[in-house]
Design a protein around this ligand. Structure first.
Ligand code: XMP
Length: 533
């Protein structure tokens, strides 16, 4: 495997994803958690960082643990750290070097640049710059502004790049990472969805034997894929519990139950909406709502779980980004995310997390390998507390009904509106695993498949005046939200076509009683968040 040491950059996870795209297993570890035993490590990548190497609190690593023994690639801060530590020089750049640049010169013989074309575009984002490299190193690439855009050791397998090969705008970034991971580190590229399914099913059989396992289903892709994988391994010994808290999307509970039954899963569906609505009555604070839903969920789930006699394991669809130890640089809780599931303590269940090493796009690849229906696999993420965090103020059944209707029109619209994409845009969508056939250099996908997540929000604490026919109305607005993202950590609002927005707005106002205005949310994250609460 490849180890990526994280110095706190926003793009560290992206490095991980790129390495996985090369069918190579990798692990992202905090900068200070390099493993004692690294027998199975074939190379080390040092990430970027929000710090300057000169900051007193800057993260440091003992390079001697691996340098010289294993191939090393330093990226941005990683490159500066190597230079700074080994006797080179890093200084504040005259101006922040940010954005596109081109490699004006590069060493064509260097294995890191195999296949590179002249003037290749790279992406820079740094406040410091390397002004001298350590003895025993040589410059291997420069841009107009950055002399040491890349440098390498002459006698050891060490490379360092000031630009970010992991980001989309470094056009040959994937090539560079392939050169490092495959050619230099010697990855056998044997990580694939098929091999993952085979080895995981075998491991689960071994680990679980004849034990009974309980799994909480949410309708989302992660728990669904985990369930199908476990079903393949242990069949009837798996019991799934799907709790309806009453704040799912319109018809979601029945539709998803139907899907699960078609997949041959043994599922107990529990309609607990009465309890949730009662406990949420009059509660307006977002954090309070989350707490109540989280607590009620655990209660309902546990009551069901206890009926399953002899269960030894609780399975969850936890995925890698949920577990990557965050360096927590700001140290603030923005929202307390309550994820579905909870361990009924008195049952002494052991935890089984078959997807814990996967990124979201890999979970989707595994789902396809398991021949699950495409609409389950490409389903957008949906928050555990459901529509409760998309209704401002207190929650009532009527408000949920209004929002479900508006949301349903919006989501169906996104699924039905097709767009043709070519070039970089098409590449991006295909790289995310959306199965679309390329004809004449173009693909056709729905708006739904082009975005990360979408939903309607009921602004039930706001009322505004409208006119319908001859009558004055005084009702609530609905805000539509759609974002593009790769991990929900950062997100941009999706630039949906005007004619689509016009059509959806019209349909919502005409068909959903209680709504007389539709707005489109054009905030990115940060500074906003994806959900309104
Ligand atoms: P925010 O609003 O924090 O959302 O930008 C980031 C991602 O997390 C989802 N989300 C939640 N998921 N329980 C969950 O399971 C929650 O309480 C919760 N709040 C937000 C959100 O839908 C987005 O995908």
């Amino acid at each position: 495997k490849i180890i990526i040491l994280d110095f706190g950059s926003q793009t560290t996870q992206l490095i991980g994803r790129r390495v996985r795209e090369l069918d190579t297993f990798c692990e992202i570890l905090p900068y200070n958690k390099y493993p004692e035993d690294d027998a199975d490590v074939i190379g080390v990548i040092l990430s970027g960082s929000p710090y300057s190497v000169h900051d007193p609190e800057a993260f440091k690593v003992n390079l001697e643990r691996f340098m010289g023994r294993l191939p090393v690639l330093g990226i941005c801060y990683g490159a500066q750290f190597i230079s700074h530590t080994l006797g080179g020089r890093v200084e504040k750049a005259g101006s922040r070097e940010y954005g596109r640049a081109n490699l004006m010169t590069f060493d064509k013989e260097n294995p890191l640049f195999k296949g590179f074309t002249d003037n290749s575009q790279v992406w820079m984002s740094h406040g410091d710059t390397i002004t001298a490299i350590p003895a025993g190193f040589e410059c291997i690439a420069s841009t107009n502004d950055v002399k040491y855009a890349a440098y390498a050791a002459t006698d050891r397998p060490v490379w360092a790049v000031q630009f970010h090969p992991e980001v989309f705008h470094t056009v040959q970034g994937t090539q560079l990472l392939r050169n490092f991971v495959v050619d230099i580190c010697g990855s056998k590229q044997n990580w694939s969805a098929a091999s993952f399914v085979d080895t995981t099913v075998a491991e689960l059989k071994e680990q679980l034997g004849d034990d009974r396992v309980i799994l909480g289903l949410s309708g989302g892709v992660d728990s669904s894929v985990a369930a199908v994988l476990l079903n393949r391994a242990i069949g009837k010994n798996l019991t799934c519990i799907f709790v309806d808290h009453g704040m799912l999307r319109k018809n979601e509970f029945t539709d998803v139950m139907h899907d699960y039954e078609c997949l041959g899963l043994n599922v107990i569906g529990v309609d607990a909406s009465e309890k949730f609505f009662k406990d949420l009555e009059g509660v307006t604070d977002p954090e309070q709502k989350r707490k109540i839903i989280g607590r009620d969920f655990v209660e309902v789930f546990n009551a069901e779980a206890k009926k399953i006699t002899g269960a030894k394991w609780l399975a969850q669809g936890t995925i890698y980004p949920d577990r990557i130890e965050s360096l927590n640089i700001t140290g603030k809780v923005i929202k307390s995310h309550h994820n579905v599931g909870g361990l009924p303590e008195e049952m002494h269940l052991q935890l089984c997390e078959p997807l814990k090493w996967l990124f979201k796009d890999e979970v989707r690849r595994v789902g396809r390998q398991l021949e699950m229906p495409e609409h389950l696999i490409t389903r957008h993420p949906f928050p555990g507390p459901g529509l409760a965090v998309r209704i401002l103020g207190d929650i009532t059944r009527e408000k949920v009904r209004v929002l479900q209707d508006a949301d349903d029109i919006y989501i169906r619209g996104l699924r039905n509106y097709k767009v043709r994409l070519s070039g970089e845009e098409a590449r991006k969508v295909l790289a995310a695993g959306v199965p679309a056939a390329m004809t004449d250099g173009e693909i056709e996908v729905s708006l739904y498949d082009q975005i990360w997540q979408a939903g309607a929000v009921l602004l039930s604490t706001v009322r505004s005046v409208g006119v319908m026919g001859d009558e004055r109305t005084y009702e609530n607005p609905v805000a539509l939200r759609a974002v593009t993202s790769t991990d929900a950590m950062t997100a941009d609002w999706a630039h949906l076509p005007y004619d689509f927005l016009a059509k959806v707005s019209n349909e919502i106002i005409n068909k959903v009683r209680g709504v007389n205005r539709v707005c489109y949310d054009i905030s990115s994250k940060p500074p906003s968040t994806i959900e309104w609460e």
